[in-house]
Design a protein around this ligand. Structure first.
Ligand code: GCU
Length: 427
């Protein structure tokens, strides 16, 4: 009887195909781990100066992240075009100009269009710095203004797997307003450019068919992705870079002072965009967690197996082999953060967001700091995890906020202060 039970249980594990390590949320149970050396090249050369970092170590790390985690993203398509769909110079009660810009990636306006919602402050006398971000559920969720277009999105029913292309309900207008401090940004002399995730890729396993990955795959005459081809996070990060391409020709915006910012999975995308695209002058990760700022080898919160199983479309095929095998990764996330150096970086955590491993996010920033030191920049300036609601850092900013997984007014207040110091907002 016992034997039968054992065989049955074993069968269940085999049937599931994976034997997952349980998720640890207890600090005392974090096993020891060794991180890969940030400042030692693959051939053993020690990195002691900024030039060796920039010309040798940085490209080497970037390549590893491309081939083993995020996949290789294409460049800007030669056929990319865009047009202003509408413009309201008296948005937000006269505080801002609101523009909607449609971007097409294929010839003759073909392919899935990307919709940019751009707010610029009317009080500005000269081009302003800009925050660039992917929103989760649609541009119309960022603010309740009735003039924001609710555009169609592909979604999938979780149970039936039925897909549909539809315009989200009017009642979702402004539903994420608490995560976007648009009025405050305008008052502080910043622009905001945001794009919706489903335009680049609807966020489910087969969503790529309706996004830029599917479009460009078909254009290349292929049916399947190579194991080092980009994933959904790569596609969202790519959308951020394409948005910056457009902003470079927007007169009201100073695209040389662009901060890329994102929350959670979009924090992962923001980090990846900032790592690849050195035009982003500031990179901000809000609660990005596993696959974002948090160290993979530190066994706390979400694991590589969890993320690969629940979100198989986020990373490239090669990343699957690291499920429950974090110690075999050829890098850790501190090296992703270091790719931002010498540009300013801000990492934010939330105390109750254990799934994202707040302390692991801090440690990752700490272990990335030597890259900034090569440029004579101070980095974090502290060694210990700060107490809650106590922002620290100079060229690497960090705070752990009271509360849950979210983007709050407190988070934005820190980002604006950090941006003022590091991107020099001029009103
Ligand atoms: C899930 C996922 C996280 C992700 C988060 C989010 O919780 O496991 O990795 O960051 O969703 O994007 O909100």
């Amino acid at each position: 009887m016992k034997l039968i039970l054992c065989l049955f249980l074993l069968g269940m594990v085999v049937a599931r195909g994976v034997e997952r390590r349980p998720v640890n949320k207890v600090e005392a149970n974090v096993p020891p781990y060794t991180l890969p050396e940030l400042l030692v090249c693959a051939d053993g050369t020690k990195v002691a100066d900024a030039a060796t970092w920039q010309n040798k170590r940085r490209p080497e790390i970037l390549k590893l992240f491309q081939h083993e985690m995020h996949g290789v993203s294409p460049g800007r398509p030669a056929e990319m075009t865009w047009a202003t769909a509408n413009c309201d110079k008296a948005a937000l009660g006269g505080l801002a100009t609101r523009k909607e810009i449609t971007v097409w990636f294929g010839a003759g306006k073909s392919g899935p269009p990307m919709h940019i919602l751009l707010y610029t402050p009317n009080a500005a006398q000269q081009p302003v710095p800009v925050f660039v971000s992917v929103n989760f559920d649609g541009n119309h969720t960022v603010n309740a203004e009735p003039g924001i277009t609710i555009s169609e999105q592909w979604t999938q029913d979780r149970k039936t797997k039925q897909e549909q292309l539809a315009r989200p309900d009017e009642k979702t207008r402004g539903q994420s307003i608490g995560r976007w401090e648009v009025e405050k940004l305008m008052a502080r002399g910043y622009a905001l450019a945001t794009i919706q995730r489903a335009d680049l890729e609807p966020d489910y396993e087969t969503g790529w068919r309706h996004g830029v990955r599917g479009f460009l795959l078909e254009k290349a005459g292929r049916k399947e992705f190579a194991p080092d081809a980009w994933g959904a996070i790569g596609a969202w990060a790519w959308g951020l870079s394409r948005t910056l391409d457009v902003l470079e020709s927007e007169k009201a915006v100073d695209a040389k002072r662009a901060a890329v910012i994102g929350h959670s999975r979009m924090g992962k995308a923001a980090l990846w965009a900032g790592a690849q695209d050195e035009r982003f002058a500031l990179v901000i990760s809000n609660d990005s967690g596993e696959g974002g700022a948090a160290l993979a080898r530190r066994d706390f919160g979400e694991t590589t197996a969890e993320i690969n199983n629940r979100f198989p479309h986020w990373f490239c095929g090669h990343f699957k082999k690291y499920s429950d095998k974090e110690s075999t990764l050829p890098f850790d996330q501190h090296e992703l953060l270091a790719l931002v150096a010498p540009r300013p970086l801000y990492i934010a955590s939330a105390a109750e967001d254990l799934w994202a491993d707040p302390q692991g996010e801090f440690l990752s920033a700490l272990h990335a700091e030597p890259a900034w030191k090569l440029f004579g920049l101070p980095g974090l300036g502290v060694r210990e995890w700060p107490v809650v609601d106590q922002p620290v850092g100079a060229t690497i900013g960090y705070h752990v906020r009271t509360g849950k997984h979210d983007v709050t007014a407190y988070d934005w207040a820190q980002y604006l202060d950090f941006a003022d110091k590091n991107m020099g907002a001029k009103k």
